[in-house]
Design a protein around this ligand. Structure first.
Ligand SMILES: CC(C)(COP(=O)(O)OP(=O)(O)OC[C@H]1O[C@@H](n2cnc3c(N)ncnc32)[C@H](O)[C@@H]1OP(=O)(O)O)[C@@H](O)C(=O)NCCC(=O)NCCS
Length: 211
């Protein structure tokens, strides 16, 4: 039997994680919410309930959930578990960058994503399809970059920030990184030119605060 990887979640992101796992020769084991009706799920892989997970002591896991706050909740609930990094073979990295990620836990990097160089990547970060991050950025724990999100150089992405699909975050400077405050949300297609406040919701070109 091939090695197994536990994947929290049963929705689209979890299935995309299954596909990455399979590309890497790993067998996916989905971990559904306690109480979820497992008979309704057709995931073409083993599915267990979160309430049974204690029986799988050696199963290393990833959290296949796009929403940063939920990823954090699950990571905290299962803090004693070993979390793997899941990196699609078609992701690409600048010098030393992949090795930096390997020191973290729970990082997911999808096909086509590119992280250039000198980027500090937190735990449980998610780089979705074709997301790009340029030099000298900081990507906080639990941040999610949606498909095609583009973070230019010298940007500090706070903990739990959710950058929507196709959003562009303009570059900062080495002296003053452009800052996205913790758990702010950047709408799909936004172009962010200046700092965003923690927990704010921003959208548009140029991005303006919605709430
Ligand atoms: C920005 C966002 C978070 C706002 O969601 P929301 O708080 O539920 O806001 P609403 O849908 O009620 O929209 C509020 C207003 O913002 C506008 N708006 C919403 N999203 C927008 C966007 N991405 N760009 C420009 N305007 C947007 C709406 O048209 C609406 O305008 P109105 O008040 O003039 O009618 C959401 O629309 C979004 O873009 N999420 C990211 C989606 C994504 O990339 N998912 C990735 C999945 S992998």
């Amino acid at each position: 039997m091939s090695r197994q990887l536990g994947i929290f979640g049963t929705s689209g992101m979890a299935r995309e994680c299954r596909d990455i796992a399979n590309e890497l020769g790993l067998e996916a084991v989905f971990i559904a919410r306690a109480g979820e009706d497992l008979t309704q799920l057709s995931l073409d892989a083993t599915v267990i309930s979160e309430s049974e997970l204690h029986r799988y002591t050696d199963l290393s896991c990833v959290i296949g959930v796009g929403e940063p706050a939920l990823r954090r909740t699950l990571a905290r609930r299962h803090a004693s578990r070993r979390f793997a990094n899941l990196i699609h073979p078609a992701a690409s990295f600048g010098r030393g960058q992949r090795e930096r990620i390997e020191h973290q836990q729970g990082v997911i990097v999808c096909a086509g994503a590119r992280l250039s160089c000198d980027i500090a990547v937190g735990d449980f970060t998610l780089f979705n399809l074709n997301a790009t991050v340029s030099h000298d950025c900081l990507i906080g724990d639990f941040a999610t970059l949606s498909p095609q999100a583009c973070v230019l150089g010298n940007v500090a992405v706070g903990e739990g920030v959710w950058v929507g699909a196709g959003a562009v975050i303009h570059q900062g400077t080495p002296q003053a990184k452009l800052s996205l405050g913790a758990f702010c949300v950047i709408g799909a297609g936004a172009v962010v030119l200046s700092d965003c406040q923690a927990e704010g919701v921003y959208a548009g070109v140029p991005a303006r605060k919605l709430s």
